[in-house]
Design a protein. Sequence first.
Length: 178
Amino acid sequence: MKPDKPSTGGQWMRSVMARHERPLVRYAARILGDVDRARDVVQETFLRLWESDRTGGEDHLAQWLFTVCRNRATDVCRKERRVMQLSEDHGQSTPSADPAPPAVAERKEAGTRVAQALRTLSASEQEVIRLKFQNGFSYKQIAGITGLSVSNVGFQIHSGIQSLRKQFKALGLIEAKA
C-alpha cells in the first residue's frame, strides 16, 4: 500500500484539475459523444495521475493527461461499440459578458456552420484540428497524444484546413483571393 501524498500533493492535484478538467471533458465528450461518460473518463484520468506519482514534470503534464484521457475514452468506445455522434452544443463557446443579441445570434450561426463543416472532415482530421486550435497543443504533443507521426499530424491539419477553407469560400463566409 502506498503512503499518503503530502498535503502539497493535494494542493497540486487541485490546481491541475482546475486547469485541465474542462478541456479534458470537452475532448473526451467529442470522442464519446456524451458528457456524462466523458466526466467519468476524466475522473479516471485524474485518478491515474494521482496513482502515478507524477507530482513533477509540468512540461509534459497536459500531453500526458490528454493521452491517458484519449486512451481511456477509446477503450470505452470499443467496449460499448457505439458510433460517435458529435453534438453542436459541445462545440460552441460561451459568449463574452453581455453581448448584444445580434452578436450572439451571429456567433451561434457561425459556430453552427463551423461545427457542420468540421463534421465533414475525417475523424482523425477533426481530432488533430481540435487538439491544435481548441487546446493549443503543438504538432509534437498531438503526435504523442494520438500516436501519429509529427509529419502526419501536420498533413492532416493542413488537409483539414484546406477542406474547411473551400467550404467556407463556397458558403461565402470568407472571400476568395484574387
